[in-house]
Design a protein around this ligand. Structure first.
Ligand SMILES: *[C@@H]1O[C@H](CO)[C@@H](O)[C@H](O)[C@H]1NC(C)=O
Ligand SMILES: *[C@@H]1O[C@H](CO)[C@@H](O)[C@H](O)[C@H]1NC(C)=O
Ligand SMILES: *[C@@H]1O[C@H](CO)[C@@H](O)[C@H](O)[C@H]1NC(C)=O
Ligand SMILES: *[C@@H]1O[C@H](CO)[C@@H](O)[C@H](O)[C@H]1NC(C)=O
Ligand SMILES: *[C@@H]1O[C@H](CO)[C@@H](O)[C@H](O)[C@H]1NC(C)=O
Length: 304
């Protein structure tokens, strides 16, 4: 008898917990019902086949997952630290098929407090945003898990993380057709696509554990040894089947960026990413590249 009472109590606890979590988290997915049965094709490869801009990336179809290797954040005193053993997220960029790109494509979704650039090529001034931060958009959807992940892996330098997230959404996601507001109808909830974009970026970032790929081949950050461009490129090529863009500053001697290129089949949210060679030559020198160790006090231990 006491066993039965115990079981009943256990079931009600599980039930209450489930109810709690289900009512707190709002879905963010787009509506892809109209995509079923359409031709299945990678972006930029046969654009005449791609007729629905919510079903395929018809604007911004050369998609770049970009990452940073910073050695400090500048906001260490506020607890803004870098994840030990991991590069950090820069964003998910929509280049046009020819490698050109657009920015700030929808000023009604401008959440960037410090727009960069501050004006569009046609002279339009991009108004700085001063409303509630995108952090509150994520909270409104109950996505504290996503927020924690972003505060761990999507780290700004010299300003709060949420400013960087806002910049990446308003600059880039507004130019990616599958994040258009119309793709979330009927029943669009304001900022749904913002949260959905952030989920998508973290998903694609996880396809490219740059630190671990390099470390597994013996390439570690070092303040005493330099690497060659081909050493780094060859490791990443061996795991992705494509040459990423590697970015270096100070005359190509200090590595701080990697960009992975793709064409995408279906939506950016749920479709298939095919890795492609970079369309941009590396800014790194052939030899003598520093992949610096971070300042020890700028890092925190993270779990994967
Ligand atoms: C489930 O959650 C709703 C909303 O928070 C609440 O009103 C309701 O009482 C909960 N039901 C149970 C069985 O806990
Ligand atoms: C491109 O797509 C169109 C429409 O689906 C199709 O008729 C055509 O054969 C495709 N072209 C190639 C080269 O695949
Ligand atoms: C970059 O290289 C050029 C030519 O060798 C040199 O003049 C310049 O000082 C270098 N710049 C830096 C920041 O090291
Ligand atoms: C990608 O780059 C590699 C290495 O340079 C080269 O061997 C390969 O042919 C390239 N692939 C394509 C599709 O151009
Ligand atoms: C390694 O060198 C970089 C660049 O000078 C510096 O910022 C960093 O603090 C150094 N890291 C360690 C652990 O010495």
């Amino acid at each position: 008898m006491s066993l039965l009472i115990g079981l009943a109590a256990l079931v009600s606890v599980v039930h209450a917990k489930l109810n709690y979590s289900l009512t707190q988290i709002l879905p963010t997915y787009p509506n892809i019902e109209a995509c079923v049965g359409l031709p299945v094709q990678y972006s930029c490869e046969n654009t005449t086949a791609l007729t629905d801009s919510c079903c395929n990336v018809v604007q911004g179809g050369l998609v770049l997952q970009t990452q940073f290797w910073d050695t400090y954040t500048g906001l260490e005193s506020q607890g803004q630290l870098l994840p030990e053993g991991s590069w950090t997220i820069h964003g998910l960029w929509p280049d046009n098929c020819d490698g050109s790109y657009n920015e700030y494509c929808d000023l009604s979704r401008q959440y960037d407090p410090t727009p960069s650039p501050s004006t569009l090529p046609d002279g339009t001034v991009i108004p700085p945003y001063d409303g509630p931060s995108v952090r509150t958009f994520i909270q409104d959807f109950g996505r504290y898990d996503l927020l924690k992940y972003m505060d761990t892996y999507w780290i700004n330098q010299g300003a709060p993380n949420e400013n960087f997230w806002a910049h990446e959404f308003s600059t880039h996601a507004t130019c990616t057709s599958t994040f258009d507001v119309a793709c979330y109808e009927p029943g669009y909830q304001e900022h749904q696509e913002v949260v959905n974009f952030y989920e998508t970026v973290t998903k694609v970032f996880q396809m490219y554990p740059t630190y671990n790929m390099l470390a597994a081949a013996g390439i570690f950050p070092s303040n005493t040894t330099t690497y060659t461009l081909s050493q780094i490129t060859n490791v990443l090529y061996s795991q992705t089947g494509a040459v990423p863009y590697l970015g270096c500053y100070r005359n190509g001697t200090i590595l701080d960026e990697v960009w992975y290129f793709h064409h995408v089949l279906g939506t950016e949210q749920y479709g298939h990413f095919k890795t492609l060679n970079s369309t941009t030559p590396s800014s790194c020198a052939e030899t003598g590249i520093w992949y610096y160790e971070r300042t020890t006090t700028s890092e925190r231990v993270v779990s994967y």
